[in-house]
Ligand binder design. Structure first.
Ligand SMILES: Nc1ncnc2c1ncn2[C@@H]1O[C@H](COP(=O)(O)OP(=O)(O)OP(=O)(O)O)[C@@H](O)[C@H]1O
Ligand SMILES: C[C@@](O)(CCOP(=O)(O)O)CC(=O)O
Length: 458
């Protein structure tokens, strides 16, 4: 056969998330959470590494050029007894920090592909290069930077002059977005469209299930999964999957891993007897014209795990009181989704205030700093700015970026920016309005030509 080899270069991007309402309660399948996708995306470009004839390279290279020392090279091999594909980070020259999320995702996705596509047994995997490009809002800008997000034009993918380990994340869900984009780009790069097509409901389901499993494994805990769900599906009302689903899966490299993984990922929850029981309700979510969700970065970040432990300890000791609070919080999730979807601006205002109060109450009872005093003070003042409909410390709360629901016009934006400038000055902190906005779309294919400049910059 003659002709050019098929160019399998693909780019997939996935959105960040903001859990506007439903933090903590969404960990329980009885309840749901209202999550919005964000315009800040993580893009992953996958392409083959060209090799000269006769040269056999077995390498997958992942690069994150916005950070120092962020090129990870992996060798890979097929493990006996159906253990799937195991990757090993290769070190040469300056030692590189490992990237647990990337390494784990490669183990899961390559193992999935090796079993889902029987032709891989003989063909193996061609070497590939994966380029990660994150929109700037995922990390606070470098301290010594003279640029501010709103007064100048930083490059589309800024260099953060730090290692990933030392980067200040803003809490937009970088790990879920990178795991989802990496998973989708590997699936689209290595599998024929008949086995994976992101534009179909079947393709999105495979992506969701596989990214969810890989992300849980990399996190070392089973969260609600709302972040991966919104990275794949975009804004939705989310009900989690039963955590027990993942319990029976062998770990990467263990006997029977690849087959069990494919069995679980391909399982169709819609069919009778299907295992996956998560619910993605996109119908109940919308952002009316004229209303926007924006984020305010306070450059801190929060340890979600210890907060969840405190809330759960309180819930377990006070089941009745907790049941009541959780029930009231669910009422706010439903009311907020409805008010936003219908564009009932007054109702948005009416729901968000009491919702914050309930979350603060949960924090006080459990000893978790869900809405720390400094955040409370700032949000109370911010809500008085004309055009601001409501605000909330989203997700688990703490010091992650706060979410603001506001009228989507220039005057309101200017007033909010002015307020935050003054607040920063008078309180000796750095708080600013991020460029990121709530949006509804999930993971999507991008045009690789748009990313040429960054590929060429290698
Ligand atoms: N641009 C990137 N390139 C490569 N890996 C990344 C990138 N951004 C994030 N990661 C991976 O994700 C990890 C961060 O995950 P972590 O769960 O701590 O943050 P997060 O998902 O942003 O948290 P949050 O849910 O609070 O927003 C990093 O340690 C790294 O492994
Ligand atoms: C507390 C929790 O419900 C939300 C955490 O949200 P975030 O990571 O703070 O955005 C945990 C979870 O749902 O996994």
């Amino acid at each position: 056969m003659t002709g050019n080899p098929v160019d399998r270069t693909v780019v997939v991007s996935s959105p960040g998330k903001v859990l506007l309402a439903g933090g903590y309660i969404v960990l329980d399948r009885k309840h749901t959470g209202l999550v919005f996708g964000l315009s800040a995306r993580i893009h992953v470009l996958a392409q083959e590494i060209p090799t000269s004839s006769g040269v056999h390279l077995r390498e997958i290279v992942v690069r994150s050029p916005q950070f120092l020392n962020a090129t990870w090279r992996f060798g890979y091999h097929l493990v006996a007894n159906g253990g799937g594909i195991k990757v090993t980070q290769l070190q040469s020259g300056t030692p590189v920090d490992s990237n647990h999320f990337v390494e784990t995702t490669l183990n899961y996705v390559l193992s999935y592909i090796s079993h889902a596509d029987p032709s891989r047994a003989t063909r193996g995997f061609e070497p590939a290069s994966l380029l990660v490009l994150a929109d700037n809002d995922y990390y606070s800008k470098p301290q010594d930077s003279t640029t501010t997000p709103n007064t100048s034009n930083p490059p589309r993918f800024q260099h953060f002059s730090t290692t990933l380990r030392n980067a200040h994340k803003t809490g937009l869900g970088s790990s879920a977005a990178i795991v989802t984009s990496l998973t989708a780009s590997l699936l689209a790069h290595y599998l024929p469209p008949a086995l994976f097509d992101l534009s179909t409901p079947h393709g999105r389901r495979i992506l969701h299930n596989l990214a969810q499993v890989a992300h849980c494994s990399a996190q070392g805990k089973i969260g609600s999964g709302f972040d991966v769900a919104s990275a794949v599906y975009g804004s939705c009302v989310y009900r989690r999957f039963s955590p027990g689903l993942l319990g029976a899966l062998p770990g990467p490299g263990e006997a029977g891993f690849a087959e069990a993984l494919v069995g679980l990922v391909d399982d169709d929850g819609e069919k009778e007897g299907g295992k996956w029981d998560y619910e993605i309700d996109k119908e109940s979510v919308g952002l009316p014209k004229g209303v926007a969700i924006r984020m305010c970065d306070v450059d801190c970040g929060t340890q979600t795990v210890s907060m969840v432990k405190k809330v759960h300890a309180w819930r377990d000791e006070n089941p009745e009181a907790a049941g009541e609070v959780y029930g009231k919080l669910q009422g706010k999730v439903d009311a907020l989704a409805k008010a936003l979807k219908r564009g009932e601006v007054e109702s948005v205002e009416k729901v968000m205030g009491p919702f914050r109060e309930l979350m603060r109450g949960l924090g006080k009872k459990s000893g978790a700093a869900i809405e720390p005093e400094s955040q409370e003070e700032m949000l109370d003042a911010l809500e008085k700015v004309e055009g601001v409909l409501g605000s909330v410390v989203p997700g688990a709360g703490g010091y992650d970026a706060a979410a603001v629901v506001l009228r989507d016009d220039e005057e309101t934006e200017k007033r909010v920016e002015g307020f935050l400038r003054e607040w920063s000055k008078s309180h000796g902190i750095q708080v600013g309005l991020m460029n990121v906005k709530g949006e509804t779309e999930g993971a999507r294919l991008e045009d690789p030509r748009e990313f040429k400049a960054w590929v060429a910059a290698e």
